[in-house]
Design a protein around this ligand. Sequence first.
Ligand SMILES: NC(=O)c1ccc[n+]([C@@H]2O[C@H](COP(=O)([O-])OP(=O)(O)OC[C@H]3O[C@@H](n4cnc5c(N)ncnc54)[C@H](OP(=O)(O)O)[C@@H]3O)[C@@H](O)[C@H]2O)c1
Length: 135
Amino acid sequence: MADIRAMCAIGLSGQLGLNGRLPWEGNKEREFVADVARFFEVTRGHVIIAGPATIGSIPAFAYEDRTICEIRSTHHPEEVLGWFPDRVVYVGGGPPVWDVYAPYIRHWDINRLPYDGEADRWFDPAWLVASENGG
Ligand SMILES: NC(=O)c1ccc[n+]([C@@H]2O[C@H](COP(=O)([O-])OP(=O)(O)OC[C@H]3O[C@@H](n4cnc5c(N)ncnc54)[C@H](OP(=O)(O)O)[C@@H]3O)[C@@H](O)[C@H]2O)c1
């Protein structure tokens, strides 16, 4: 079975996304730049699975040294995870994807950034304790 993980960055109230992008996109302050750099460092050599909007925001260079796979709601999570046996798989969101894949995720890496502005996508703490039987 794959080693299934998740990595995300959130604002101070759990902000995840805004207008299809990161809410703090373009912010050049140290924490924000370091967060993006660390995402590419940690996922290097591994698999990222994510919904179409999240995949669309991944830059071309990222395809050089990791496996990036768009997943759709028609795929069952066990089918998708079965495509990558013996790999480290990062479940990259967005929220509907984490709603479904959370029970399979063993390791969460969450960076809480100093952002206090608006958002239209939010982190749900229930993901951290989700179980396959709906708990
Ligand atoms: N802060 C962070 O770390 C972070 C990380 C990721 C994303 N984001 C942000 O989140 C936003 C994008 O997320 P999004 O949710 O709007 O779009 P998304 O990334 O396309 O993810 C949602 C879509 O994934 C597809 N999907 C694949 N497997 C699924 C499943 N088993 N169950 C349900 N849906 C599944 C569905 O599309 P179909 O029904 O068409 O297949 C669903 O609409 C952006 O603002 C992005 O910047 C932030």
